[in-house]
Design a protein around this ligand. Structure first.
Ligand SMILES: Nc1ncnc2c1ncn2[C@@H]1O[C@H](COP(=O)(O)OP(=O)(O)OP(=O)(O)O)[C@@H](O)[C@H]1O
Ligand SMILES: [Mg+2]
Length: 152
């Protein structure tokens, strides 16, 4: 199943995150795709907030590859990956499967670099900078494609 949303401003992005947040359950894997600055971490921040983590600081965990968000306020643990630095290395033998196939949900930026450990069931969201409508368009927009693969 695929859905496509064009010209989404930051509030629209927040609404998409809210919708996705209500449908997430333990074991789900969310792949966030798009170039540097496309909005993957921004989306993660909204999502974590809607899952109860309003006080959790979500940053791009580039240096740690994975951050764990846990707490009574969250329905389940959230594993936030930024696999950017695993290009050419992959995800094997680093213990990440224990999390991805574990007791929480995984949100993965740059998942294309750890394809070797990803399940074939996932939700994939791709962010792309939209063409600006007018030259004086000061707001930034993103085109968003959501693909749900094999999930019930
Ligand atoms: N409509 C919009 N949707 C998403 N982000 C937007 C939008 N408008 C402006 N922005 C801004 O664009 C930036 C997106 O940066 P973000 O860190 O989320 O990107 P990223 O995809 O995680 O990049 P990286 O690959 O470097 O981790 C943020 O500063 C955000 O505020
Ligand atoms: Mg990021």
């Amino acid at each position: 199943m695929k859905e496509f949303y064009k010209q989404q401003n930051i509030n629209d992005i927040q609404k998409i995150a809210q919708k996705i947040a209500t449908s997430l359950k333990i074991g789900d894997v969310l792949l966030l795709n798009g170039d540097l600055g496309a909005g993957k971490t921004t989306f993660t921040r909204f999502l974590v907030s809607f899952l109860g983590g309003k006080n959790i600081r979500v940053s791009s965990p580039t240096f740690t590859i994975m951050q764990i968000y846990k707490g009574d306020e969250l329905k389940f643990p959230i594993y936030h990956f930024d696999a950017y630095r695993l290009e050419g290395i992959g995800g094997m033998d680093q213990g990440y499967e224990d999390y991805i196939y574990g007791d929480g949900i995984s949100i993965i930026e740059w998942g294309e670099f750890i394809k070797d450990i990803l399940p074939d069931k996932y939700i994939s969201i791709t962010f792309k900078r939209s063409e600006q409508n007018t030259e004086q368009d000061l707001e930034e927009f993103r085109d968003v494609e959501i693909e749900i693969n094999n999930l019930n």
